[in-house]
Design a protein around this ligand. Structure first.
Ligand SMILES: Nc1ncnc2c1ncn2[C@@H]1O[C@H](COP(=O)(O)OP(=O)(O)OP(=O)(O)O)[C@@H](O)[C@H]1O
Length: 487
């Protein structure tokens, strides 16, 4: 982070006071010029010292020696540029570029804050927050500012839309990193604007990355531990831990829930092939979204009655494991004999909306048990939901990992991510329609939601993953033989 020494004034006159008659225009201009030269001489010591060396030589030893000094200085700079161009650029061009950005983007800071409702009138003056530091990242500017006395984070959150317009930015979000400090993140370019293909993050696909994770030392302990499912807003791979967690994905129709589900399934596929993970998949919307992966799944079902049976069977396995593990270990370790069971449900709300009351109650009971007791014994639930209505909200707290893709309104973003997430910049309801698969990730115990985009899995990529990793025979050695539902 870099200090802004010539920060704009945080105070200016609000009235139409006449200029001071004693102002001397020429004196003022000279003062400004001197100040400018001194400040820049201080900021660019290499240039200052070079010019000073030539000038002093010329003054003391005559013009011929000044020319020789110029040649020597240029030769030294040329050698420096060849031997260590980065350091020379850092203390010359980068500093000029930084100052230019500060000047071009924030020279009207005082007026801009006043216009966006962040000024406070003190007598004849308007006092505005003080710009302390600016950091320029690839896609955003991060401003650390000192609020005016009496201003709170809420004042800045209320002004973020106006600030975004005034800065010509996509979005502005406000947080409070400490006392008397507000941090504004000015998003200038939409990060993750291009779809992320499974091979884009590090040259390997999510699947092959997971495979390499699993193939190394401590293989069984790490089954399904960290899979790569896309990219984060800061350019790093988006990794998820499925073991010991439940994952909830929310998003309106077309938001890309399918791509998150497929990224998770494909990430786990190598562990499925190795027999360390078992996928039990319910697709209550008629099997349209997930049927392509059926050969990878231990169980695949899309009718209400068979979904209820699958959940009941899984609850039985879970209870049996809990009986055996009680007092032995606090966290289940996946093995071939006792794999991590991942229950995948596309459209959670469909399960709680069944009209057959008996079936609905049965499904809700089993789901509740899996969500409350499954994590410690190697049963994880990954569920997608279009509309996080009242039925789903109580379940939210049972999912430690929550992903809000494009939502219909801010209340829905809050329903998925939890209170305070929108204020901390997770505006899932403002994600544009043309960016499916993009969303905000909230993990219990972490401070702020993270911007993410899931891999875009085409039908061809899914078919390829299935070809590569589908087990050749049903994994029916666990007592509840694998099935794919037939109509
Ligand atoms: N991560 C992604 N990157 C790029 N395009 C994507 C991504 N995810 C999905 N898409 C595209 O967006 C469209 C909608 O995606 P998808 O069907 O996954 O949405 P959904 O939320 O599951 O919708 P529904 O609830 O109707 O099933 C598809 O055309 C898909 O190709």
């Amino acid at each position: 982070m870099t200090d802004t020494n010539n920060q704009p004034s945080d105070r200016h006159r609000s009235g139409s006071a006449a200029p001071d008659p004693s102002d001397d225009a020429i004196g003022s201009a000279l003062w400004q010029l001197t100040r400018f030269v001194v400040v820049w001489a201080w900021r660019l010591p290499v240039v200052t010292l070079s010019v000073a060396a030539v000038a002093v030589t010329g003054w003391r030893c005559g013009p011929t020696n000044a020319i020789i000094a110029t040649v020597v200085v240029l030769a030294v700079l040329a050698c420096w540029a060849v031997l260590d161009p980065a350091s020379l650029r850092r203390i010359t061009l980068d500093r000029i570029r930084f100052r230019y950005r500060v000047w071009s983007r924030y020279r009207h800071w005082t007026a801009l804050c006043a216009d966006c409702g962040l000024g406070r009138v003190r007598g004849e003056d308007i006092v505005v927050p003080k710009l302390l530091r600016i950091r320029f990242d690839d896609a955003c500017d991060v401003l650390t500012i000192k609020p005016v006395r009496g201003q709170t984070l809420s004042d800045f959150i209320a002004a973020t839309d106006a600030l975004a317009d005034a800065f010509g930015a996509d979005t502005v979000s406000a947080t409070r990193p400490g006392p008397q400090q507000i941090r504004l993140t000015v998003q200038r370019q939409q990060p993750l604007a291009d779809p992320v293909t499974p091979a884009a993050t590090d040259g390997t696909s999510g699947s092959s990355r997971a495979a390499s994770t699993l193939s190394g030392h401590g293989r069984s302990q790490r089954a399904g531990v960290r899979i790569t499912v896309g990219e984060r807003g800061d350019g790093r791979p988006w990794q998820l831990s499925v073991a010991g967690a439940h994952i909830l994905i929310g998003g309106v129709t077309g938001a890309g829930k399918g791509s998150v589900l497929w990224s998770i399934i494909a990430g786990l596929a190598p562990a499925v092939a190795a027999g360390q993970v078992q996928l039990r998949v319910a697709d209550p919307k008629g099997g349209m979204e997930l049927a392509l992966g059926a050969p990878l799944f231990h169980r695949f079902t899309y009718r209400a009655d068979t979904i209820a049976t699958m959940l009941a069977d899984t609850t039985a396995v879970m209870t049996d494991r809990a009986e055996r593990l009680r007092g032995t270990t606090r966290q289940h370790v996946p093995t071939r004999a006792e794999p991590l069971i991942v229950v995948v449900i596309d459209e959670l709300a469909a399960l709680t909306a069944y009209t057959d009351r008996k079936l609905k109650t049965e499904i809700e009971q089993h789901l509740g048990l899996l969500l409350t007791q499954g994590r410690a014994v190697g049963v994880s639930v990954v569920a997608a939901v279009q509309d996080p209505s009242k039925d789903v909200v109580p379940l939210r707290q049972l999912f430690p990992i929550r992903i809000a893709l494009r939502m219909a309104e801010s209340t829905q973003t809050t329903m998925i991510l939890g209170p305070g997430a929108v204020e901390r910049g997770a505006r899932a309801h403002q994600i544009p329609e043309h960016l499916p698969g993009m969303g905000y990730l909230a993990i219990d115990g972490t401070a702020a939601p993270t911007l993410v985009r899931a891999f875009h899995y085409t039908d061809t990529a899914i078919a390829h993953t299935v070809d590569l990793y589908a087990p050749t025979q049903a994994t029916d050695d666990v007592g509840d033989g694998g099935t794919t539902e037939q109509e």
